[in-house]
Design a protein around this ligand. Structure first.
Ligand code: 1GP
Length: 235
Protein backbone atom coordinates (compact mmCIF):
# COMPACT_ATOMS: atom_id res chain seq x y z
CA UNK A 1 0.00 0.00 0.00
CA UNK A 2 1.16 3.50 -0.84
CA UNK A 3 2.12 5.56 2.18
CA UNK A 4 0.17 8.73 2.80
CA UNK A 5 3.22 10.81 1.95
CA UNK A 6 3.70 8.88 -1.28
CA UNK A 7 0.07 9.55 -2.16
CA UNK A 8 0.47 13.30 -1.58
CA UNK A 9 3.60 13.25 -3.75
CA UNK A 10 2.14 11.38 -6.68
CA UNK A 11 -1.51 12.39 -6.80
CA UNK A 12 -2.37 15.83 -8.08
CA UNK A 13 -4.83 18.12 -6.35
CA UNK A 14 -5.09 16.64 -2.89
CA UNK A 15 -7.63 18.46 -0.79
CA UNK A 16 -7.70 18.20 3.00
CA UNK A 17 -10.58 19.21 5.22
CA UNK A 18 -9.26 20.55 8.51
CA UNK A 19 -11.35 19.93 11.61
CA UNK A 20 -10.41 21.84 14.74
CA UNK A 21 -11.59 19.84 17.81
CA UNK A 22 -11.82 23.08 19.74
CA UNK A 23 -14.46 24.51 17.39
CA UNK A 24 -16.23 21.36 16.25
CA UNK A 25 -19.51 20.16 17.75
CA UNK A 26 -19.17 16.40 18.18
CA UNK A 27 -22.93 15.95 17.78
CA UNK A 28 -22.58 16.93 14.10
CA UNK A 29 -19.84 14.44 13.33
CA UNK A 30 -21.79 11.95 11.19
CA UNK A 31 -23.58 14.62 9.18
CA UNK A 32 -20.33 16.52 8.59
CA UNK A 33 -18.25 13.47 7.65
CA UNK A 34 -21.01 12.33 5.31
CA UNK A 35 -20.55 15.61 3.42
CA UNK A 36 -16.77 15.17 3.45
CA UNK A 37 -17.17 11.64 2.01
CA UNK A 38 -19.36 12.91 -0.82
CA UNK A 39 -17.04 15.81 -1.60
CA UNK A 40 -13.78 16.00 -3.54
CA UNK A 41 -11.76 15.88 -0.28
CA UNK A 42 -8.94 13.34 -0.25
CA UNK A 43 -7.73 13.69 3.35
CA UNK A 44 -8.96 14.80 6.77
CA UNK A 45 -6.72 16.82 9.08
CA UNK A 46 -7.52 17.09 12.77
CA UNK A 47 -5.88 19.61 15.08
CA UNK A 48 -5.59 23.19 16.17
CA UNK A 49 -3.55 25.72 18.10
CA UNK A 50 -5.51 25.49 21.33
CA UNK A 51 -7.08 22.12 21.98
CA UNK A 52 -8.01 20.61 25.32
CA UNK A 53 -6.33 17.39 26.36
CA UNK A 54 -7.98 14.30 24.78
CA UNK A 55 -10.39 16.34 22.56
CA UNK A 56 -8.42 15.34 19.45
CA UNK A 57 -8.47 11.67 20.37
CA UNK A 58 -12.20 11.73 21.12
CA UNK A 59 -12.94 13.42 17.79
CA UNK A 60 -10.76 11.06 15.72
CA UNK A 61 -12.30 8.05 17.43
CA UNK A 62 -15.69 9.35 16.30
CA UNK A 63 -14.52 10.14 12.74
CA UNK A 64 -12.63 6.94 11.90
CA UNK A 65 -15.58 4.50 11.59
CA UNK A 66 -17.40 7.00 9.35
CA UNK A 67 -14.85 7.38 6.55
CA UNK A 68 -12.25 5.63 4.42
CA UNK A 69 -10.27 8.84 3.96
CA UNK A 70 -6.91 8.99 5.74
CA UNK A 71 -6.96 11.02 8.95
CA UNK A 72 -3.84 13.03 9.68
CA UNK A 73 -2.96 14.74 12.93
CA UNK A 74 -2.20 18.41 12.53
CA UNK A 75 -1.17 19.02 16.12
CA UNK A 76 -0.59 22.39 17.76
CA UNK A 77 1.15 20.65 20.63
CA UNK A 78 2.12 17.30 22.08
CA UNK A 79 -1.15 16.69 23.95
CA UNK A 80 -2.88 16.17 20.59
CA UNK A 81 -0.74 13.17 19.62
CA UNK A 82 -2.85 10.01 19.43
CA UNK A 83 -2.57 6.59 17.89
CA UNK A 84 -6.16 6.80 16.61
CA UNK A 85 -5.10 8.69 13.45
CA UNK A 86 -3.32 7.24 10.41
CA UNK A 87 -0.46 9.72 10.24
CA UNK A 88 0.98 12.75 11.92
CA UNK A 89 2.32 15.89 10.32
CA UNK A 90 5.37 16.24 12.56
CA UNK A 91 5.35 20.02 12.27
CA UNK A 92 8.45 22.05 12.92
CA UNK A 93 7.71 25.80 12.97
CA UNK A 94 10.65 26.78 10.79
CA UNK A 95 9.42 30.35 10.22
CA UNK A 96 9.78 31.05 13.93
CA UNK A 97 12.71 31.16 16.30
CA UNK A 98 11.14 29.52 19.29
CA UNK A 99 13.04 26.26 19.94
CA UNK A 100 10.04 24.77 21.74
CA UNK A 101 8.15 24.62 18.42
CA UNK A 102 11.15 23.76 16.26
CA UNK A 103 12.27 20.73 18.32
CA UNK A 104 11.00 20.94 21.95
CA UNK A 105 7.47 19.58 21.49
CA UNK A 106 8.89 16.89 19.21
CA UNK A 107 11.20 15.54 21.89
CA UNK A 108 8.24 15.43 24.28
CA UNK A 109 6.17 13.59 21.66
CA UNK A 110 8.60 10.70 21.33
CA UNK A 111 7.43 8.85 24.44
CA UNK A 112 3.95 8.75 22.83
CA UNK A 113 5.11 8.05 19.26
CA UNK A 114 7.25 5.13 20.39
CA UNK A 115 4.07 3.18 21.13
CA UNK A 116 2.20 4.33 18.01
CA UNK A 117 2.17 3.00 14.49
CA UNK A 118 1.37 6.40 13.00
CA UNK A 119 3.08 7.34 9.76
CA UNK A 120 5.30 10.23 10.84
CA UNK A 121 5.72 12.90 8.16
CA UNK A 122 8.42 15.49 8.94
CA UNK A 123 6.89 18.79 7.86
CA UNK A 124 8.31 22.28 7.70
CA UNK A 125 5.58 24.63 8.87
CA UNK A 126 6.10 28.12 7.47
CA UNK A 127 3.84 30.86 8.74
CA UNK A 128 3.38 33.65 6.23
CA UNK A 129 2.19 37.12 7.17
CA UNK A 130 -1.32 38.04 6.06
CA UNK A 131 -1.51 41.24 8.08
CA UNK A 132 -3.54 39.74 10.92
CA UNK A 133 -2.05 38.19 14.08
CA UNK A 134 -2.78 34.46 13.96
CA UNK A 135 -3.48 32.04 16.79
CA UNK A 136 -0.22 30.24 15.96
CA UNK A 137 1.73 33.47 16.41
CA UNK A 138 0.14 34.10 19.79
CA UNK A 139 0.60 30.57 21.08
CA UNK A 140 4.16 30.13 19.83
CA UNK A 141 5.28 33.70 20.38
CA UNK A 142 6.86 33.88 16.94
CA UNK A 143 6.63 36.18 13.95
CA UNK A 144 5.49 35.08 10.48
CA UNK A 145 7.70 35.56 7.44
CA UNK A 146 7.13 38.45 5.04
CA UNK A 147 10.16 38.41 2.77
CA UNK A 148 9.89 36.21 -0.34
CA UNK A 149 13.56 35.23 -0.40
CA UNK A 150 13.43 34.29 3.25
CA UNK A 151 10.35 32.13 2.65
CA UNK A 152 12.06 30.37 -0.28
CA UNK A 153 15.29 29.90 1.66
CA UNK A 154 13.40 28.53 4.66
CA UNK A 155 11.66 25.98 2.42
CA UNK A 156 14.97 25.01 0.81
CA UNK A 157 16.76 24.70 4.15
CA UNK A 158 13.91 22.44 5.33
CA UNK A 159 14.37 20.20 2.30
CA UNK A 160 18.13 20.09 2.89
CA UNK A 161 17.46 19.09 6.50
CA UNK A 162 15.48 16.11 5.24
CA UNK A 163 11.95 17.29 5.83
CA UNK A 164 9.40 15.66 3.54
CA UNK A 165 6.74 18.35 3.18
CA UNK A 166 6.54 22.13 3.24
CA UNK A 167 3.34 23.68 4.61
CA UNK A 168 2.83 27.30 3.59
CA UNK A 169 0.38 28.67 6.15
CA UNK A 170 -1.41 32.01 6.06
CA UNK A 171 -3.22 31.19 9.32
CA UNK A 172 -6.69 29.91 10.03
CA UNK A 173 -9.30 32.36 8.75
CA UNK A 174 -6.62 34.49 7.09
CA UNK A 175 -7.88 37.52 5.15
CA UNK A 176 -5.37 36.87 2.40
CA UNK A 177 -4.42 33.35 1.34
CA UNK A 178 -0.79 32.54 0.45
CA UNK A 179 -0.07 34.38 -2.79
CA UNK A 180 0.57 32.53 -6.04
CA UNK A 181 3.93 34.27 -6.42
CA UNK A 182 5.08 32.76 -3.13
CA UNK A 183 3.88 29.25 -4.00
CA UNK A 184 5.50 29.45 -7.44
CA UNK A 185 8.83 30.70 -6.05
CA UNK A 186 8.94 27.92 -3.46
CA UNK A 187 7.92 25.30 -6.04
CA UNK A 188 10.77 26.39 -8.32
CA UNK A 189 13.29 25.77 -5.55
CA UNK A 190 12.28 22.50 -3.88
CA UNK A 191 11.42 18.96 -4.90
CA UNK A 192 9.29 17.98 -1.91
CA UNK A 193 5.50 18.46 -1.95
CA UNK A 194 3.90 21.74 -0.89
CA UNK A 195 0.78 22.08 1.23
CA UNK A 196 -1.00 25.43 1.19
CA UNK A 197 -3.60 26.55 3.73
CA UNK A 198 -5.17 29.50 5.46
CA UNK A 199 -7.95 31.75 4.18
CA UNK A 200 -8.88 29.63 1.15
CA UNK A 201 -12.61 30.13 0.69
CA UNK A 202 -13.42 29.97 -3.01
CA UNK A 203 -13.13 27.55 -5.87
CA UNK A 204 -10.97 30.11 -7.64
CA UNK A 205 -8.54 30.33 -4.70
CA UNK A 206 -8.18 26.51 -4.72
CA UNK A 207 -7.50 26.55 -8.45
CA UNK A 208 -4.91 29.31 -8.10
CA UNK A 209 -3.03 27.42 -5.38
CA UNK A 210 -2.91 24.21 -7.46
CA UNK A 211 -1.93 26.11 -10.58
CA UNK A 212 0.94 27.75 -8.71
CA UNK A 213 2.27 24.36 -7.61
CA UNK A 214 0.51 23.26 -4.43
CA UNK A 215 0.25 19.47 -4.08
CA UNK A 216 -2.39 19.83 -1.42
CA UNK A 217 -4.79 22.55 -0.31
CA UNK A 218 -6.15 22.63 3.24
CA UNK A 219 -9.51 24.19 4.07
CA UNK A 220 -11.00 24.57 7.53
CA UNK A 221 -12.91 27.79 8.14
CA UNK A 222 -14.82 27.86 4.82
CA UNK A 223 -16.37 24.46 5.66
CA UNK A 224 -16.99 25.42 9.29
CA UNK A 225 -18.90 28.52 8.23
CA UNK A 226 -20.82 27.03 5.33
CA UNK A 227 -21.16 23.30 4.70
CA UNK A 228 -22.62 24.09 1.26
CA UNK A 229 -19.07 24.91 0.26
CA UNK A 230 -18.58 21.13 -0.16
CA UNK A 231 -21.16 21.23 -2.96
CA UNK A 232 -19.84 24.43 -4.46
CA UNK A 233 -16.33 23.09 -5.04
CA UNK A 234 -17.66 19.97 -6.81
CA UNK A 235 -19.11 21.98 -9.61
C1 1GP B 1 -5.22 26.50 9.13
O1 1GP B 1 -4.34 26.12 6.96
C2 1GP B 1 -5.39 25.84 7.81
O2 1GP B 1 -4.17 25.97 9.83
C3 1GP B 1 -6.73 26.13 7.21
O3 1GP B 1 -7.04 27.49 7.27
O4 1GP B 1 -9.23 27.63 8.43
O5 1GP B 1 -8.48 29.48 6.94
O6 1GP B 1 -9.17 27.30 5.97
P1 1GP B 1 -8.57 27.98 7.14
Amino acid sequence: MKSILQHIKTEKRNLAVLIDPDKFNLENVSQFIDKVNKSIATHIFVGGSLVLDKATEVLITAIKPLTKLPVLLFPGDVCQVTNKADAILFLSLTSGRNPEYIIGQHVKAVSKLRHCDLEVIPTSYILIDDGKKTATQKVTNTEPLTNLQEIVDTAKASELLGMQLVYLEAGSGAKQEVKETIIKAVKAEINIPIIVGGGIKSKFAIKKAFRAGANMVVIGTAFELDEDFFEEIKR
